[in-house]
Design a binder for this molecule. Structure first.
Ligand SMILES: [Zn+2]
Length: 347
């Protein structure tokens, strides 16, 4: 009898959990992120580590993209520039809500960039004929061309031709040409992906992820202005070419690193992006204070795939850089040592 009651109890609990209004849940999540970062910011302020920045509110959140200041009131939709949740990588590519950005930044450099990243990855999937990938294409058999869709399954590659998208007579004629040993010519629909925006979207995801990890300890530094400017102007190349690599990283390597090797000093984010056909991991270099990213990106660009560098893995998931002062000190010392002109200790 007891057991049955217990079970019944669990059922009710589950029922309640699933009935939570998603809007309320999203608002709670935003509030949690706001509180975490605004407490961190006010701690830094008390310690006198916000050189030249005066906080405007009792509880302040600084948007990592425009560096404008926001208060609790901006969590509400009545705000003219509300704080919205920011996923990294984008939600559709397996990301999580890790930070907040203001609505203006989110709209300006959000959805559009995310489209190019997602669409770009889906196009790579279909080019590699990975299972579950699809691509619209023109298919010609025996001189008869129709619009179709290439769908890759676990076992085969299928061409789907709908009468809706074609002249029904032509579609019928096309089908008559499908006979054994006949060769089909497939011309994929032209890409809608802007390669620069694809790159900028990667940069944004890496920047937001690193910001979520290290908070205002690092990211108020002017060395990140070049990242922010690139995110704000995704139509022109501002951040240097060569800042990301596509090596075959493993799941275990995902995370945020510091590259310590002379000439390459930077933050290196190994970022997973997931479609229904694939998980790819990109390495994205972000600047460190006083070290020009142009030089680092230039050197990364010269490297062949699979090259190795000395890296320092920062903390892992368990270290909270927004609250753990001891770890923040280690971080600051590391950044200082990278910046110091002294030669590195012998290996
Ligand atoms: Zn903003």
């Amino acid at each position: 009898m007891d057991v049955i009651l217990q079970k019944w109890h669990i059922k009710i609990y589950e029922f309640i959990v699933y009935k939570v209004n998603p809007m309320v849940k999203a608002a709670e999540k935003r509030k949690k992120i706001f509180d975490r970062f605004s407490t961190h910011l006010s701690e830094l302020n008390k310690e006198g580590k916000l050189a030249g920045i005066e906080l405007k509110h009792d509880n302040t959140y600084i948007c990592p993209i425009c560096l404008n200041q926001f208060s609790n009131a901006d969590l509400k939709s009545v705000s003219t520039n509300m704080l919205t949740s920011e996923d990294s990588p984008p939600d559709c590519l397996g990301g999580k809500k890790v930070a907040l950005t203001c609505k203006e930044c989110n709209n300006r450099c959000g959805r559009e960039l995310d489209f190019h990243l997602q669409e770009g990855l889906l196009e790579i999937d279909s080019r590699e004929f990975l299972p579950y990938s699809t691509r619209k294409a023109e298919v010609t058999i025996g001189g008869v061309t129709v619009k179709g869709e290439i769908r890759v399954t676990e076992k085969s590659v299928e061409v789907h031709v709908s009468e809706k998208n074609n002249n029904p007579e032509v579609a019928k004629e096309h089908l008559t040409k499908v006979v054994p040993n006949e060769v089909a010519t497939v011309k994929p629909k032209p890409s809608r992906v802007d390669p620069l925006k694809f790159e900028v979207a990667l940069l944004k995801s890496a920047y937001i992820l690193a910001f979520a990890k290290f908070g205002y300890n690092l990211f108020l530094d002017p060395c990140y202005d070049v990242v922010r400017e690139q995110l704000n102007k995704p139509d022109q190349r501002i951040y240097p070419e060569g800042f990301f690599t596509k090596q075959p990283f493993t799941k275990e390597q995902e995370g945020i690193y510091f590259i310590l090797e002379k000439g390459y000093e930077s933050i290196f984010v190994i970022l997973p992006v997931m479609t229904k056909s694939s998980t790819r991991r990109f390495g994205v270099a972000l600047p460190l204070p006083n070290i020009p990213i142009e030089k680092v990106a230039g050197k990364l660009k010269e490297q062949d795939a699979g090259f190795g560098l000395t890296v320092e893995f920062m903390g892992g998931n368990e270290v909270d850089y927004l609250t753990n002062k001891e770890e923040v000190n280690k971080l600051n010392n590391l950044v200082r040592s990278i910046n110091s002109p002294e030669p590195a200790a012998p290996k």
